[in-house]
Design a protein around this ligand. Structure first.
Ligand code: PLP
Length: 374
C-alpha cells in the first residue's frame, strides 16, 4: 500500500541534505562549543556558521538569532520576558493563534494581571486590521502577537502592514512565523518587527530545534539561568547537530523556494479542482487565497462521519488531520474553526490537507479515492 503524507503543517520529512549534514556532525563533530580546545572550537565554528546561514536567509544579523529547543519555547520566552522584563501591560493577540501563544498569554494574564485584548477575526479567518488599529488607540504599554500564517486554515497576515501600524502606535510586535519560514520570503530588516519565532521541523529540518529573532537592544531577559550560551539569553549546551541541520534545511528551502512553491501551488489547485468535481458542495475554511501549503475544507458528509473520517483514511495509509485536536478519544472542536464556523458547520467533518514538495498528484488522487469510499 502506498502511504500518503498530507499533514505537512504538523511536521515535515527531512531533506536528504539535512540527514547527511546531521549524520556527519553526530559522528565527527561532537565537541562542546563552549570548550576552548580544538574539538570545542570546531563545534563553535559550525554553530556560528549555522547562525550566519539562518540570519542570511531572513536578512537579519547573526546576533539577532537565538537558538531554542522549539517554536513553543521561543514563543513562551518572548511573551513572558516582554511582560516580566519589558513591563508590557497589555497583549493584543487573536483567538486563532497556536496554543503556544494563546495558553502562554492566558498564563501571563493570570500571573501578572496584564490586560489581554483579542483582535476580531473576519469570517474568512483573516485578522481585522481596522479593529487592531482601534485597539491600539489605548495608551498602555502593548505587545501585539499575531501569527504570520495560520497553521490550521493557512490565512496570511500582512506582517509588513501590521508592523508599521504597531510602530506608529509604539507597540512591540511579535509574530509566530512557524508555518511561514522556509516557505515564503521574509526580510526582517524591511519589516518593523521586534520578535519572531520559527521551528525547524516545519521546513524539513529536525524536531527539537527552533529559533527566535530578537531585534538588537530589545532588553529581553532569559527564561532559564545557567551558562553563557546564546549570549546568556538561552543557557544550555547547544545541540550542534540540530542547529546545523536546521540551517541546512533553511538554506536548501530558500534555494528552491520559487520552484517548490509553484509546484505545491499546482498540487493545491489540482486538489481543489478534484474536490469540485467529486464533492461540489465542499467549502474552503478560511480565505480562498490562503497559504500554498495548507488547505482546510468542510466536506459535505453527514455528521456521523465526522468521528471516523481520519481513521478511515488512516486505514488506507493516508495521513491528513482534522481541523480539530483529538485528545484521548474525545473530539474537541478546533479553537480556530470555532471562531469562524456556525455551530452546525462545526459538527461536520473539516479536514486540513497540508502539502510539501515531496507530494505528488498521485497522493491527491489517492486522497480523493479515499474520500469517495467513505
Ligand atoms: N506555532 C505554530 C503556528 C505551529 O504550527 C507550531 C507547531 O505545531 C508551533 C508554534 C509549535 O512549534 P514546535 O513544535 O516547534 O514547538
Amino acid at each position: 500500500m502506498k502511504k500518503v503524507y498530507l499533514d505537512n503543517a504538523s511536521t515535515t520529512q527531512l531533506r536528504p541534505e539535512v540527514v547527511q549534514e546531521m549524520t556527519k556532525i553526530l559522528s565527527e563533530d561532537f565537541g562542546n562549543p563552549s570548550s576552548t580546545h580544538s574539538f570545542g572550537r570546531n563545534a563553535k565554528s559550525i554553530l556560528e556558521l549555522s547562525r550566519k546561514t539562518v540570519a542570511k536567509c531572513l536578512n537579519a544579523s547573526a546576533q539577532e538569532i537565538i537558538f531554542t529547543s522549539c517554536g513553543t519555547e521561543a514563543n513562551n520566552w518572548i511573551l513572558r520576558s516582554a511582560v516580566k522584563d519589558l513591563k508590557v501591560k497589555r497583549i493584543i493577540t487573536s483567538k486563532i493563534e497556536h496554543h503556544a501563544v494563546l495558553y502562554t498569554v492566558q498564563a501571563l494574564q493570570n500571573e501578572f494581571g496584564i490586560q489581554v485584548d483579542y483582535v476580531a477575526v473576519k469570517p474568512n479567518g483573516e485578522i481585522d486590521i481596522t479593529d487592531l488599529v482601534d485597539l491600539l488607540s489605548q495608551e498602555i504599554k502593548t505587545l501585539v502577537s499575531l501569527m504570520h500564517v495560520n497553521n490550521e486554515i493557512g490565512t496570511i497576515l500582512d506582517v509588513d502592514k501590521v508592523g508599521r501600524i504597531c510602530e506608529q502606535h509604539n507597540a512591540l510586535f511579535h509574530s509566530d512565523m512557524v508555518q511561514a519560514v522556509g516557505k515564503t520570503e521574509i526580510d526582517l530588516q524591511a519589516l518593523a518587527i521586534d520578535f519572531m519565532v520559527a521551528s525547524a521541523h516545519k521546513f524539513h529540518g529536525p524536531k527539537g530545534i527552533g529559533f527566535a529573532y530578537v531585534r538588537k537592544n530589545s532588553g529581553l531577559q532569559p527564561l532559564f539561568y545557567g551558562g553563557e550560551q546564546e549570549k546568556g539569553l538561552r543557557p544550555g549546551t547547544e545541540a550542534v547537530h540540530q542547529i546545523a541541520g536546521m540551517a541546512k534545511a533553511l538554506e536548501v528551502s530558500y534555494a528552491n523556494l520559487e520552484t517548490e512553491r509553484n509546484y505545491i501551488l499546482d498540487l493545491k489547485n489540482y486538489l481543489i479542482n478534484q474536490l469540485e468535481i467529486e464533492f461540489p458542495a465542499f467549502e474552503i475554511n478560511g480565505s480562498q487565497d490562503g497559504f500554498h501549503t495548507i488547505l482546510n475544507v468542510l466536506l459535505p458528509f453527514s455528521e456521523d462521519k465526522t468521528a471516523m473520517i481520519l481513521f478511515h483514511l488512516d486505514m488506507k495509509g493516508i495521513a491528513v488531520s482534522r481541523g480539530s485536536a483529538c485528545q484521548s478519544g474525545s473530539i474537541k472542536p478546533s479553537h480556530v474553526l470555532a471562531e469562524m464556523l456556525s455551530k452546525d458547520a462545526l459538527k461536520k467533518p473539516s479536514l486540513r490537507i497540508s502539502f510539501s514538495h515531496f507530494n505528488s498528484k498521485e497522493d491527491v488522487d489517492l486522497l480523493i479515492e479515499g474520500l469517495k469510499s467513505i
